[in-house]
Design a protein around this ligand. Structure first.
Ligand code: SAM
Ligand code: SF4
Length: 459
């Protein structure tokens, strides 16, 4: 969501005459877009702001700004704490940025704008074209959250849940596809409740509408709340041609006692039932999740229940976090806090267990042919070496199940084969690592085998 918001910030500022630079020292304006979902993210933001002070000393004309959830949460307090900061803007102030920056440029004043829209928020601005030439992009379909999980700061910093009108979403995706985008990930804190409040389409209906966009090859989405995952959405995995066979379905804990204290509104039994339905409907679907360890009151028995759930589900991947207190979140007041060393120990156990499942799932793909969309150079590829004529560059893409596949492909010319990203590639998987796969292209730009992925298993 922050990646999407940063892109929106760049779009707004491009209209105001700014352009992006990869070099911090060259910037006339530095914006830090922050996250406050866990304490560590907030600490990182403040430590970066500390480093920015040195830059501002060297370049007094530099404008510095903080946006996002830390800005929303702390407001004017950040200006007090960080004397070199010019602007604090909240999660709903992005479209006001050009005005805010304009005022600072002319008056050299310091501003805080953390105003949230009054209900109902139409959140309906027409999308603006932009010039990021990526293959895969995020599109926000709703913002805010009404679920109030007891550990979570999101409802307080992102506001009430509000869905965008489907027409705006379609316009934005068509604009992106027109600029070369092949895959979109629809974003919301709980996409399953898309449109319910406003009486718009259901999320499954929205997915079918998005599927009709010509030139778009793949659709992904995140995040799904288990309590709201309905049969229509489960069926969409089979019926929607472009929907990738991967679902991120955060469970947070395997203990019913903890789920209740977290206010998640489902039980482990309901979660396991939804997993079974997903796998019945879409065999081979990848299921990933989020887990919190050390939630206040989590006993050894509760933690064992979490490990037991992991054994039952065998997730394809897991984001696991140590619980941290967040401002306004009710769990901050809960008794029976878990010590940091115990949290760390539980996290370690959980991650080690998950590693065996991730490895097993990845190794199971060796010998299969996977359809990926070439997205760009792999992380290990040095773009500079591509100025040589026809080097074999290392490229990267993802399977329908969202696993990263790296592979060699001969670059077409000295510019590193700029026309290659966006091509469909059939890759035979040869090696499996903890976080990626390695393969050999066997066919390029063919839709044979379908976009949903796995064509055949040769091993
Ligand atoms: N809306 C999504 C959901 O309901 O699962 C995700 C929201 S949150 C931005 C992403 C993840 O951060 C959560 O799934 C949770 O695992 C983790 N998280 C949120 N608050 C946390 C906290 N106080 N301490 C540790 N992890 C937290
Ligand atoms: Fe936070 Fe719960 Fe909303 Fe997810 S569903 S954003 S965890 S309150």
């Amino acid at each position: 969501m922050n990646v999407y918001d940063s892109e929106q910030i760049a779009i707004q500022l491009a209209a105001a005459g700014y352009q992006q630079t990869p070099l911090l020292e060259k910037a006339d304006l530095v914006i830090l877009n922050t996250c406050t979902v866990r304490a560590k993210a907030e600490q990182k933001a403040f430590s970066f702001l500390g480093r920015l002070a040195r830059l501002k000393k060297k370049k007094p004309g530099l404008i510095t700004a903080v946006g996002g959830c830390v800005a929303q949460q702390e407001g004017a307090k950040i200006l007090e704490r960080v004397p070199h900061l010019d602007l604090v803007f909240g999660t709903q102030a992005i479209d006001r940025l050009p005005d805010l920056i304009g005022k600072i440029e002319t008056k050299r004043c310091r501003i805080v704008d953390v105003a949230m829209a009054e209900q109902p928020d139409p959140f309906d601005a027409a999308p603006a074209a932009d010039h990021h030439s990526q293959v895969a992009r995020f599109v926000t379909i709703m913002r805010g959250c009404d679920n109030y999980c007891t550990y979570c700061v999101v409802p307080y910093v992102r506001g009430r849940e509000a869905s965008r009108h489907p027409d705006r979403i379609m316009e934005e995706i068509k604009l992106l596809v027109g600029s070369g985008v092949k895959e979109v990930t629809l974003l919301g804190q709980n996409v399953n409740s898309y449109g319910k409040k406003e009486g718009l389409l259901s999320f499954a209906e929205l997915l079918f509408r998005v599927q009709t966009i010509e030139g778009l090859l793949r659709i992904r989405f995140t995040t799904s709340h288990p309590k709201d995952l309905d049969q229509d959405l489960i069926d969409a995995f089979r019926a929607n041609e472009k929907l990738c066979s991967h679902i991120h379905l955060p469970v947070q804990s395997g203990s019913n006692r903890m789920l209740k204290r977290m206010n998640r509104n489902y039980t482990r039994e309901l979660y396991l039932d939804k997993v079974a339905k997903l796998r019945d409907t879409c065999p081979g679907i990848a299921i990933t999740s989020d887990m919190i360890v050390g939630f206040p009151g989590e006993s050894d028995a509760d933690f064992d229940e979490t490990l037991d759930l992991m054994r039952k589900v065998e997730f394809d991947g897991l984001f696991a976090f140590m619980y941290s207190d967040r401002p306004n979140a009710p769990a901050t007041q809960f008794k029976a806090k878990i010590s940091e060393p115990l949290k760390r120990e539980r996290l370690q156990i959980l991650l080690e267990m998950q590693e065996t499942y991730t490895k097993k799932k990845n190794e199971g793909l060796i010998g299969s042919i996977q359809t990926i969309i070439a997205e760009g150079f792999s992380k290990r590829q040095s773009a500079a070496s591509l100025d040589e004529p026809n080097p074999a560059a290392q490229w990267s893409g993802r399977t329908a199940t969202n696993k990263i596949v790296n592979f060699y492909h001969q670059a077409i010319s000295g510019n590193g084969g700029a026309i290659f990203p966006g091509k469909l590639v059939q890759v035979k998987i040869e090696k499996a690592y903890a976080h990626s796969l390695w393969g050999k292209p066997v066919d390029i730009d063919s839709t044979a085998g379908g976009l949903k992925g796995e064509k055949s298993y040769a091993a």
